[in-house]
Design a protein around this ligand. Sequence first.
Ligand SMILES: Cc1cc2nc3c(=O)[nH]c(=O)nc-3n(C[C@H](O)[C@H](O)[C@H](O)COP(=O)(O)O)c2cc1C
Length: 445
Amino acid sequence: MFVETIKLSKPLPKLGGNRIPKQTKAKPRFFFFWVISETKMGRRVQTQQQEDQETISKNCNGVPTMPVLTPYKMGKFNLSHRMVMPPMTRQRSYNNIPQPHAALYYSQRTTKGGLLITEATVISEAARGYKDTPGIWSKEQVEAWKPIVDAVHAKGGIFFCQLWHVGRASTYEYQPNGQAPISSTSKQLMPQVQANAAEPAKFSPPRRLRTDEIPQIFNQYRLAARNAMEAGKFLSPFKLHKTQINITGFDGVELHGAHGYLLDQFMKDHINDRTDQYGGSLENRCRFALEVVEAVANEIGADRVGIRLSPFANYLDSGDSNPTALGVCMAESLNKYGILYCHMVEPRMKLAEESFETSESLLPMRKAFKGTFIVAGGYDKEDGNKAVAENRTDLVSFGRLFLANPDLPRRFDLNAPLTKHNRSTYCLIDPVVGYTDYPFLQDTA
Ligand SMILES: Cc1cc2nc3c(=O)[nH]c(=O)nc-3n(C[C@H](O)[C@H](O)[C@H](O)COP(=O)(O)O)c2cc1C
């Protein structure tokens, strides 16, 4: 998802394998509200696959000892626990091609029967706004996803791909032929001030999509979803678990409808100033996202489609005058399509990493949505267990905790200490540092 402002003086060479571009000097990469700078911290190699992640403590009746570690049936997927690894952009997919190091990264965080969602993955060339984020529109990208999908499946994980179009959060240089980025509006996204960053992130003025162009965007989503189903189809070198339902590509897709990107740019009334059937009333503003849902569900089946929403978040100037009404409208309308899950960001996460006290709640949306509900944003073990125990959600996302603790379910189970994430390494170009070198439990002893 996030803002990346740095421009390389010359384009990166086309890369294959696990190679990274040589850098003579550390180059800071700014990502959303965080300042990311290259450091030499961290141990370099952490390749141990943790076989024992699957063992979860049970009481004398064979019941797991904490709510987030209890099994859950999400549609046709049998989840062995309720801890989700949510999408996290890591900007290590050079030239938008997923790289082999991602196979290790995701497989490290895989448990048998655990749900993982990829980092935001762009659906077309024009959908890009940040450097080195993975794509899924070309054959080369689809091929490159295969070993990554297979590595997760080999450990019994359930793997969804988050589909992303940044809309106006882009610049001319990411657009084919230097054209204007598209959006619901022609209002330019103002430069985003970022903590500790020397300069705010800047965006090019967008072009308001004409009504007759909108179906083209639905087609891009459909194609990306189809590609996600294909990833891994022709190459499956690992022995797959019997429990795996879809042994070919991703198990499903999550539509990125959060954080001020394209779908959110249509939903939120601080941005959408259209006068056609995609603007104005709440119902009209939800129409674009819902038609994307419909197109993708028709393409790959509603039982493989989830959506992420953040009605309360203000990222990228994406406020709304009545976020509860928006969230409920979306939750209720989604029922019509029978999609698998709705992944909602907590109201307290108005900004990226800061948690704010608020009386607002996701409960009305939880009650309105009939599929699987996933909550995200600021959850720790205690909070997550409480949310499941009180039936405020079915599943809980743990973002930064998974980022820094590849064996997170095991650590919860054993009440083991957690490694703290290092935000300065979130989006390094390095394929190891801050990525696959976070320690497993026995390494910390
Ligand atoms: C490094 C990083 C990258 C992220 N990238 C994405 C992304 O690509 N898509 C998305 O929907 N959310 C993204 N997020 C938001 C997380 O999915 C999650 O909602 C957020 O970290 C709050 O949850 P947490 O408190 O458990 O970390 C990102 C967060 C972080 C820390």
